[in-house]
Write a protein that binds this ligand. Structure first.
Ligand code: SF4
Length: 694
């Protein structure tokens, strides 16, 4: 029973769940939050919210919170509570010992998309300047890294092209590999409002998501493609655009690199890309693909919104480039109502990428080998920096298993649950000599850790999050950190213990440094955020109030670049032993690995992950609704309850990954995107059978 008191004051802050970035008023009594009220002046949500942001904040004071630092010699030992000084000294001395013995590159760090921009910036600074290498990566590696690669290659910057409000001017909305009503509910409401006004809808998804048919909304086309055939599908749509004269020639001539365009147009016009040629491969009738392509190509304003069903594939980056090709070819970038827009999963995925969390890029997506940029950072930070890209998360784990990577600092990320091929992840963690976890709960990864530094929830700190529309929102401290230190202060203390001084009194000073070193943030400051409420980057002399729509007169890279998008089938194959394809997603009430939402009343609505299976596949296996089934892949097997659902197509099954006890990533593969190593979560060959084993 929760007893709510009468609020005495309120603080405006930002939801720490999805990439919509809704603003809330946290209503307080003393240091207790009594209610979260959607903030009507929040530009991302305009007074709306979903069941997560509104109600699922109680995890912040849950009894499972770890508020004291802890250490242990071996991962089989019990944890021992110690002072901050002892924990930080242990972590620092171990990291120094490891580097002295195994070399400078034997340690690294992982930033968190749940933490603030300022905290993320500090972790990557600590790794680059304090550890002396570029072994820093982010959990965006496993979700939207192909967005970064694909949009930068084609358009010139690694971000969505539009603000959310832009959807109100779209005539045709294409949703690819996303389930906005569950994953991004407040934006989905805006989208549905526009659909009710008459905008047309194309859904490209293996599963019949709610948007395909819900009250007052019905898709004109649902293209239920087989998982793993995205690139064949986008090429088929582009083939129709090119061969049926739907290219916007004036736009392409004026805005794009013509040589690249001509090479691409010849490639895509080849008959092997036609909807008829790939009909068996994608499983989608050619007539539907042609109809959808014509709808997209002939509309005044067509806008693409996409999610992890695009990126979490072995061709995730190729697919992102394919969507950008399509939008450029039809003139659908650079004004309201159009664009290519990633729906970011976590609250600060955009920000963690912007802040230089990838091993090859400084903040603002500038390569570490770029001498002028690197020298600027060296001058400001007063240390020499490495000009070679560092290790990505999967490479860190590979090198740990092979014996050359020995120490890892992880802020706010649970790689043992969220990353693919759990056995490989845990083997890598167990091979390390010092794993330092900074988190609010003892997560799955902490089972393999030697030092635990208590983290702070979004209610306990100041900072900023950047949402899916590049909007920088203020996060404001609502109550003191339960552990005594906010995450940004912990990183500073860890750096100091390592002998690398970082000196900031307030996160606003960290933002000043970010602005000074990052051209797209040059005009951002806490003062301006107070005045404007929020700012969409780029914000600089050219755009002092921010930039809702990007690439208006020219692309960030100059001319838009068409990229060749050859379809390459995934190496994960079905066969007699594993005849079905498993794909994954999430539901409205839960969030990612569930560490937060499972500790709230939201769990009443979703107590366990279930397996959705088509009636045909269920009947063939004698499976009834609610039966316990074994889900087996080449990597491992798990057990969960069956839900028989016509949302699924025959041959494809689906589950969520919100509960650690299910362990969906025990069975996912280690195939990944060719360009970024983003795991191929969305295609796993599996078998399903009834079982009695819990
Ligand atoms: Fe808004 Fe997303 Fe939070 Fe829901 S989870 S309140 S849509 S930011």
């Amino acid at each position: 029973v929760i007893t709510l008191g009468t609020p005495e004051r309120s603080v405006v802050t930002t939801c720490a769940y999805c990439g919509v970035g809704c603003s809330f008023k946290a209503e307080m009594k003393g240091n207790m939050v009594v209610r979260m009220v959607p903030y009507k002046d929040g530009k991302a949500n305009e007074g709306h919210s979903c069941v997560k942001g509104r109600f699922a904040w109680g995890y912040a004071t849950h009894k499972d919170r770890i508020t004291k630092p802890m250490i242990r010699e071996k991962i089989t030992d019990p944890w021992r509570e110690v002072s901050w000084n002892e924990a930080l000294t242990r972590a620092a001395s171990e990291f120094k010992r490891i580097q002295a013995r195994y070399g400078r590159n034997s340690i690294g760090g992982i930033t968190s998309s749940r933490c603030t921009n300022e905290e993320t910036f500090l972790v990557q600074k600590l790794v680059r300047a304090g550890f002396g290498n570029n072994n820093v990566d982010t959990c965006a590696r496993v979700c939207h890294s192909p967005t970064g690669y694909g949009l930068k290659a084609t358009l010139g910057t690694s971000a969505g092209t539009q603000d959310f409000a832009s959807v109100a001017e779209a005539d045709v909305i294409v949703v690819i590999g996303a389930n906005p009503t569950d994953g991004h509910p407040v934006f989905a409401s805006r989208m549905k409002r526009r659909l009710r006004e008459g905008a047309r809808l194309i859904v490209i998804d293996p599963r019949r998501i709610d948007l395909v048919r819900s009250p007052h909304v019905e898709a004109d086309y649902h293209l239920p493609l087989k998982p793993g055939t995205n690139v064949a599908m986008i090429n088929a749509i582009a083939h129709v655009i090119v061969t049926e004269g739907l290219i916007n020639e004036d736009y392409v001539r004026e805005r794009c690199d013509l040589d690249d365009f001509e090479v691409w147009a010849r490639f895509i016009a080849d008959e092997r890309h036609s909807p008829e040629a790939v009909e068996d491969l994608t499983g989608v009738p050619a007539a539907d693909v042609r109809g959808a392509a014509r709808l997209y190509g002939k509309a005044q304003n067509s806008a693409i919104y996409y999610g992890l069903g695009v990126t979490e594939h072995s061709q995730g980056s190729t697919m992102v480039m394919g969507m950008a090709n399509l939008a450029m070819a039809t003139g659908n970038i650079g004004r309201q109502g159009v664009g290519v827009n990633p729906l970011r999963g976590q609250n600060n995925v955009q920000g963690s990428c912007d802040m230089g969390s990838f091993p090859h890029e400084f903040s603002g997506y500038r390569h570490v080998s770029d001498d002028a940029t690197r020298q600027m950072f060296e001058t400001f930070w007063g240390v020499a920096l490495d000009n070679e890209p560092g290790l990505r998360i999967p490479n860190m784990l590979d090198e740990a298993v092979s014996g050359s990577f020995k120490g890892l600092y992880i802020q706010g990320e649970d790689i043992a649950q969220s990353d693919p091929d759990t056995q490989h992840v845990t083997a890598g963690l167990m091979a390390m000599e010092c794993v330092v976890i900074q988190d609010i709960f003892l997560n799955e990864t902490a089972k393999y850790a030697h030092v635990f530094l208590p983290g702070s929830s979004f209610l306990e700190k100041d900072g900023t999050f950047t949402n899916a529309e590049r909007r920088i929102n203020r996060v404001r401290k609502v109550m003191p950190p339960l552990s005594g230190m906010a995450d940004w202060e912990v990183t500073i203390a860890f750096a100091k213990a390592l002998g690398f001084e970082m000196s900031y009194e307030h996160p606003g000073q960290i933002m000043e440094e970010i602005a000074r070193l990052t051209p797209s943030f040059a005009g951002v400051s806490y003062e301006k955020l107070e005045k404007l409420g929020s700012i969409q980057w780029p914000c600089n002399d050219a755009a002092p109030f921010g930039t809702p729509t990007m690439h208006v007169d020219r692309f960030v890279r100059g001319k838009g670049k068409f990229m060749i998008t050859e379809f390459v089938p995934t190496e994960e194959r079905t066969g007699p032993r594993f005849p079905l394809i498993l794909t994954t997603g999430r539901i409205l009430t839960q969030y990612n690995v569930g560490a937060q939402t499972r500790r709230t009343a939201n769990s009443l609505w979703h107590e366990e992950d279930v397996l959705e299976i088509h009636p045909f596949d269920a009947e063939n296996r004698g499976i009834m609704e609610g039966d316990l089934v074994a889900l087996e892949s080449r990597s491992g097997d798990i057990a969960l309850r069956a839900r028989i659902s016509e949302r699924m197509q025959p041959g494809v099954v689906y589950t969520t990954f919100h509960h650690a006890k299910t362990g969906a990533n025990v069975i996912t593969t280690d195939y990944s995107d060719w360009a970024t190593n983003c795991p191929e979560y969305k295609v796993t060959a599996v078998q399903v059978r009834k079982t009695n084993r819990p």
